[in-house]
Write a protein that binds this ligand. Structure first.
Ligand code: PMV
Length: 321
């Protein structure tokens, strides 16, 4: 009744921002991501008939459960598993939590994987993708390594691997610009965008074209075309964020300085592009040969606190009881 799992966060190249259904936590659009091998979450789940509710211990501290996210995810899991036992979930990240580094994606992917192992459920059970999604809309992607595609249809969420890490080796360089938590969660921010940004509708309308194009570019391994498309998609999402009321301006001057360095490297022929989520951290995706150059250039940007760099990671997996 106890198991542990490891999962890596992922970063979307084609993003989602906005929900089709806030109760089911169903993203409005699909997304495509890379799994970041250099960052990890380890989670242990222990079911216990004596517990009266779930308990979450995150990075050593017990968390209040009033937001209901963990409970909603565990309830969906219990419904799938046909179980009624509560669990203690103990989770730790080797990177800043809640700071725009996708800790909720790796957190819920590790949780679902450990919970399934604890109850002897096949990790390929398709229902686990929906359970992970209840926790975080980007979590199903962290169940898969390499490049993952999440699609939404009438039946719910589907997610699959497009390429394994070895099938298209890419590197990810994270420029950490703050260790602080963000003020507004993605979940609250994207709902506010849906309600108030004049660009939200057009963001949703153009999205399927971006996603289809990205899938084709991954299939033919066209790095530079994917670079241009990914930056464009990222900037479209941020233009929705910035035009939300009140505005969601996630960038700092350091974020912008990193973006400019990355685009000027690419102009000089270096295979690299940026992407940024709901926070000021910058993630540079590059071909492995460019890793040293990109790392050193971003390291030298004033205000960058540290660099975390590595290859694409594997999907979530069980690491023992
Ligand atoms: O569902 P969440 O809270 O993990 O939101 C993810 C939102 C973005 O990271 C900004 C975009 C994405 O597709 O990962």
């Amino acid at each position: 009744m106890r198991a542990s799992a490891i999962a890596h966060p992922n970063i979307a190249l084609i993003k989602y921002w906005g929900k089709r259904d806030t109760v089911e936590n169903l993203p409005a659009v699909g997304s495509l991501s890379v799994t970041i091998g250099a960052l990890s979450t380890e989670t242990t789940v222990e079911f216990d008939a004596a517990l009266k509710q779930d308990v979450l211990v995150l990075n050593g501290d017990e968390q209040p459960l009033e937001q209901g996210r963990l409970t909603a995810c565990m309830n969906a899991f219990r419904a799938l598993a046909g179980s009624n036992e509560y669990a203690t979930v103990t989770s730790g990240n080797d990177f800043p939590t809640g700071a725009g580094l996708a800790s909720s994606a790796s957190g819920y992917a590790a949780l679902v994987t450990a919970a399934a192992a604890a109850l002897g459920i096949d990790p390929r059970e398709p229902g686990l993708i929906d359970v992970a999604r209840i926790g975080s809309g980007s979590a199903p992607r962290s169940l898969f390594g390499g490049i993952a595609l999440l699609s939404i249809d009438e039946q719910g969420t589907k997610c699959r691997q497009l390429t394994a890490p070895a099938e298209w080796p890419l590197s990810v360089v994270v420029a950490v610009t703050t260790e602080n938590k963000k003020d507004i969660t993605s979940r609250d921010g994207m709902e506010q965008s849906r309600l108030t940004s004049p660009f939200y509708e057009s963001w949703i309308r153009g999205h399927a074209d971006d996603l289809d194009a990205a899938v084709r570019l991954v299939a033919v391994r066209d790095f530079f075309a994917l670079a241009e498309l990914s930056e464009h998609n990222c900037l479209k999402m941020h233009s929705v964020m910035m035009t939300t009321r009140p505005a969601l301006l996630y960038w700092s001057p350091v974020t912008l300085a990193c973006m400019q360095k990355i685009t000027s490297l690419r102009k000089d022929g270096v295979p690299v592009f940026f992407t940024i989520d709901a926070g000021p951290q910058v993630k540079a995706i590059c071909l492995p040969d460019a890793l040293a150059t990109v790392t050193s250039v971003l390291h030298d940007v004033p205000g960058v606190l540290r660099i975390i760099a590595g290859e694409l990671g594997e999907g979530a997996s069980v690491i023992g009881a």
